[in-house]
Design a protein. Sequence first.
Length: 266
Amino acid sequence: MNGSWFLVKYVDDIFRNEPINIGVVVTAEDGVGSHFLGQRPDGSINGQRISKRIQGVETYKAWVKFIHKEASRGALEERIEKLAKRTGDRYLIERRGPVLDGQGEDRKSPGQLANELFAVLVSAELEAAPSLESLADRAFKRLALPPGVRIDRGVDYKVKVRDVPQLVSFDYRCRGDRVTLMDRVSFVRHGKPLMQSVNDLLYRIEAVEKQQSIHDFVALYSGADRSDEVERQLKVLNKFAHTVDLSSDSASDDLGDILGVPALAG
């Protein structure tokens, strides 16, 4: 296979000009292969797996999409020349050389070559993104809960569905003058799995609200992986519950406002 391969870099500090490698693109006659930080097997980007040095998840996703589009239409080399004339760009693309692959069974696809180059040139050992559970724990620790108010974990409620007893669970319950139930919602999954996850929470909210007379609910999520699909699901959730972005600096304040308790300073 004759082709070319490109290294994509990101400059987090323009003044220091110390770029980090973030992706690899391989172009060939039989297609294009690429591998970027945070890239899932289906090619989409998981914002929670991107280095903290990269500013703006949505901008990053747009650049990855743009680079792959230019490579697919065979215009990446032309694009590199135009980008080289600009200054202050955070994203850099370098043509590193030709690709001369083996023959027959030893011949690798552009995707396989991109994966191999990524493993060698791009740091895959990223700092693990904190889980939703750890983010929730961090937010709860900053709440100044007054006497008589407590947060329980893993609570169950008995409900009946067509006269059949069932248990529905929530991740957290804040008890005080009123009861507020909270549940973590992961937006890492996409498509039908995400829709099913959201629908499951809505089902539990509706059942408990009707049969247990509880009317305050909070959906806890991380905004590090926002997408158009996630925005649509958030609009649905907001009709049934408050939503709190645990990855936001204001998560504790937002949660405190909902629960009616102050958040600690700092």
